[in-house]
Ligand binder design. Structure first.
Ligand code: FES
Length: 574
């Protein structure tokens, strides 16, 4: 394999030249305590660290970054830590999704504007993974993703607690009067008890697993719990490996192909993963010049079984998954559904990376003859209510709702829903279809995870635990229920969801992949003519940029000026 020469390093233009400006770069590096021998002729590795006091999922990153640096030094590189905006799922409002593209832009521009030859991306909390990678893909330097790793299992009174899913479960029990305030406090204190991201198969675990299958993390990395000492070793190995990747000039675009994205989709489906992955994978693929569409998810879903018995679809948590062999063991069970010739950051193929991986627990990683769901864990819907598509997760809903017609109960906004959902006078029954609009990319804004609309209290008390719900929002990967999500176009831009009236009949037909508003075309047109474009949400700042350029869910919610663009020129070094 041809290896780069030191003079061919991108950073050579900052450090190696004999001119006034490079004098400045070297003298300022000396100011930080480094000798020429520490960096000259060595790959400069930017470590993009999304650590922050406000992100509990990354609370171990202060330690991990030192372990990444250790690996970089050992392999003969020069590590440079660069903080990047954190996207802390529990705290950032209205939604981390609003800021995913900001992180993507920051990652790309940090790498472009500084003397980076390659990068280690430290993320894991939901949107940090796609955000960092979208930027790194566009920049096109060698990159390796170091996943934060899941937190340990939650515990309350000896019961295992899962991130997100048990919050919704016990919140419903509290509202139904089945547990006390003291019980609720016990759940609060026991559900998140170590560093690391959510440990259900939510968006974080789904995306880090998808990225590992894409070939952008070390094999097995995504499944290691954050608190496990193997996680620290993985961090250091990531630092070591990126240095060689620079010499080999192994870039994300050498790794990402149509086949590697098909593999990632297959993985997401076999894991029973988060619906958020659809938006992120479409955005990432398009950054790599691969025109991925919603339809590909539906096609692959039809032949992919869910074999990971993980919450929210199944019973176990990421810690159990790791002990069962983790992602390599799962992939080894579905090799016939994968293209094992795709390349990875190791320089080896997916097939080579997972060779010899075995499952140690057939309950957690099911055998192919005993899948959790035989196929169709995800469905893409179309119809007059969602001309550009919508999605649903049949594996996580009550079966009797797969084909269902009911009366719409419409909420104009999240606040409207919060104000009325538990009103005893609300005209709603178990067959009703709850509709939430103005919750999409532009309307909310930021497409928050509001898609799992709460069941009205009076129905909860009657024992109802699932209903058909429709919105242009997303849903947390740890949620469940008959929730039609990502309706496109969204209501705020005049999509048909904006035209539904309370009392209209809505038909959901998951086997037929349809979502229909039962009014005729003439009535639809009449309502459309009466629809008034809402006032813009922002007149200035990032919000205005976001509102102007965000694409719809079926297009990945990237900014229109970032997707599909060619390489941007490196800066002139003056
Ligand atoms: Fe960070 Fe769930 S809150 S991954």
């Amino acid at each position: 394999m041809k290896r780069k020469l030191p003079e061919e390093l991108r950073s050579h233009r900052w450090y190696g030249a004999k001119d006034l400006r490079s004098f400045g770069h070297r003298s300022r590096t000396a100011q930080m305590g480094y000798d020429r021998a520490d960096y000259l002729g060595k790959p400069v590795i930017a470590i993009l660290n999304t650590w922050s006091d406000i992100n509990p999922c990354h609370s171990h990153f202060k330690l991990r970054v030192e372990e990444v640096k250790r690996g970089v030094w050992q392999a003969g590189g020069f590590p440079v830590e660069m903080p990047a905006i954190t996207l802390s799922e529990p705290f950032q409002k209205p939604s981390t999704m609003m800021y995913r593209n900001m992180l993507a832009m920051e990652a790309e521009e940090l790498l472009r504007s500084y003397p980076a030859d390659g990068c280690v991306l430290m993320g894991g909390c939901d949107k940090t993974t796609p955000g960092l990678l979208m930027g790194a893909i566009s920049m096109g330097l060698p990159a390796i993703f170091m996943p934060a790793g899941p937190m340990l299992r939650g515990n309350w009174q000896g019961k295992t607690l899962g991130s997100g899913s048990d919050v919704w479960k016990y919140w419903a029990e509290l509202r139904a009067g089945n547990i006390t305030e003291a019980d609720w406090r016990g759940v609060e204190d026991g559900i998140a008890r170590s560093p690391g991201h959510c440990m259900t198969m939510g968006t974080a675990s789904t995306m880090t697993s998808a990225v590992e299958t894409l070939g952008l993390s070390l094999p097995g990395a995504a499944s290691i719990p954050a608190a496990d000492s193997n996680h620290a070793r993985m961090a250091s190995l990531s630092g070591r490996r990126i240095v060689d990747m620079v010499w080999e000039d192994l870039k994300p675009t050498d790794i990402l192909t149509v086949a590697s994205f098909d593999n990632a989709i297959t993985t997401v489906l076999a894991l029973g993963g988060s619906t958020n992955a659809i938006i992120h994978l479409i955005a990432m693929a398009r950054r790599a010049g691969i025109p991925l569409t919603l339809e590909r998810f539906d096609e692959i879903s039809k032949t992919t079984p869910v074999i990971a018995d993980l919450r929210p679809s199944g019973r176990f948590l990421m810690e159990d998954f790791y002990y069962a062999g983790g992602l390599p063991a799962l992939l080894a069970r579905i090799t016939d559904l994968l293209d094992t010739n795709t390349l990875s950051v190791t320089g080896k193929t997916l097939g080579e990376n997972i060779s010899g991986a075995v499952s140690h627990n057939d309950e957690v990683i099911r055998t192919r003859d005993k899948p959790l769901v035989p196929a169709g864990g995800l469905a893409v819907l179309h119809g007059n209510l969602a001309p550009d598509g919508a999605i649903i997760k049949p594996a996580a809903m009550e079966e009797h709702l797969l084909k269902h017609t009911g009366r719409a109960v419409v909420f104009e906004s999240y606040n409207d829903m919060s104000a009325r959902i538990d009103d005893p006078a609300l005209d709603v029954d178990a067959d009703s279809v709850l509709v939430l609009r103005n919750a999409g990319p532009r309307g909310a804004p930021g497409m928050p995870e509001w898609g799992q609309l709460p069941i009205p209290k009076k129905l909860l008390q009657q024992g109802v635990r699932d209903m058909v719900r429709i919105s242009d929002a997303r849903m947390s990967g740890t949620s469940y229920g008959a929730c039609v999500l990502h309706v496109a176009p969204e209501s705020f831009v005049g999509g048909p969801l904006a035209l539904v009236k309370t009392g209209d009949l809505i038909e959901l037909d998951v086997p037929g992949r349809r979502i229909s508003l039962k009014i005729d075309d003439a009535e639809m047109m009449r309502r459309k003519r009466q629809w008034v474009t809402p006032a813009p949400k922002f007149s200035r700042g990032y919000g205005a940029l976001f509102s102007k350029h965000i694409t719809q869910a079926n297009d990945g919610c990237d900014f229109d000026f970032l997707e599909g663009t060619g390489p941007t020129a490196d800066p002139e070094i003056h």
